[in-house]
Design a protein around this ligand. Sequence first.
Ligand SMILES: NC(=O)c1ccc[n+]([C@@H]2O[C@H](COP(=O)([O-])OP(=O)(O)OC[C@H]3O[C@@H](n4cnc5c(N)ncnc54)[C@H](OP(=O)(O)O)[C@@H]3O)[C@@H](O)[C@H]2O)c1
Length: 313
Amino acid sequence: MSEIQRELETKVYVAGHRGMVGSAIVRKLQNEGFKNILTRTRSELDLTNQQAVFDFFKEEKPQHVYLAAAKVGGIHANNVYRAQFLYENLMIEANIIHAAWLHGVEKLLFLGSSCIYPKMAEQPLVEEALLTGPLEPTNEPYAIAKIAGIKLCETYRHQYGANFISAMPTNLYGPGDNYDLETSHVLPALLRKIHTAKVNGEDEVHLWGTGSPQREFLHVDDLAIACVHLMDTYDGEDWVNVGTGVDLSIRALAEMICEVVGYTGRLAWDTSKPDGTPRKLMDVSRINALGWKAQIELRDGIERVYSEVKDTF
Ligand SMILES: NC(=O)c1ccc[n+]([C@@H]2O[C@H](COP(=O)([O-])OP(=O)(O)OC[C@H]3O[C@@H](n4cnc5c(N)ncnc54)[C@H](OP(=O)(O)O)[C@@H]3O)[C@@H](O)[C@H]2O)c1
């Protein structure tokens, strides 16, 4: 059996395979020809249940693990369900990372998020900014859980020699995104609101905040390519930012979405709603130096996503 054939036989567990990131990783692995992709739905395996997770790893013995399961949401959900965001994310990552070490997983990739960095960290965000200042209060519980995940990978590497790595994606969008206005992130929320205003013939659409925060957006298919690339080639102890390295204001994003959707009404900003961190742009020099660069332009990505979802709203 050739080296490549052997690699394609690797038993790969994708935790969170029905989510936006997990499903993109599964698509990418399938496209590459991986034959042994292991998945479990939440009803088959609740990842907050330690015994169930340990039993699963003992029985299935995956060789590679992509940890893309998490409780995820936008500003509103992060701020309201603070205890759940902290508890569930801590449990999921601690259970999987410990089980992976106990049962000899060869390589694990943990997915964090750009919100691990301090609210007022210098921009663009370099990996070294971690733990240099206070976090954005609205998503502090989620960020603390994600920082704990990075530290689990780091300490299991130091103490036990486990090859566990971490990737920190910027804001994502793409197939499988969440369009529930109570819990969604900014890009899908804007797409849905602006589409709905167009369909209903409304001459103005109400949007949260001032529109001035600067954000960066990465198509999830680009992230999946980065994850598989890191799994194949990167064995370092430092976590790695994954983004485009380019940002724009929420106002500019909303205007771009209006163009894609074909909405010509007015954008009315509700400044009583929180803005979140003023600017979040990743420094992506580390992953660029490792041989990966984002390929999908934002406008093209939004057009792709809109054509996929517009009939489902
Ligand atoms: N979305 C973004 O913009 C973004 C940005 C940066 C980083 N990330 C990171 O990427 C990862 C995945 O995010 P995503 O956007 O793909 O989230 P998502 O679409 O909400 O998917 C999360 C997945 O985790 C599963 N899950 C949650 N709790 C579980 C539990 N107790 N037991 C079993 N499965 C559970 C969910 O299962 P169900 O399908 O059953 O609910 C779902 O499949 C997260 O670590 C997140 O922090 C995301």
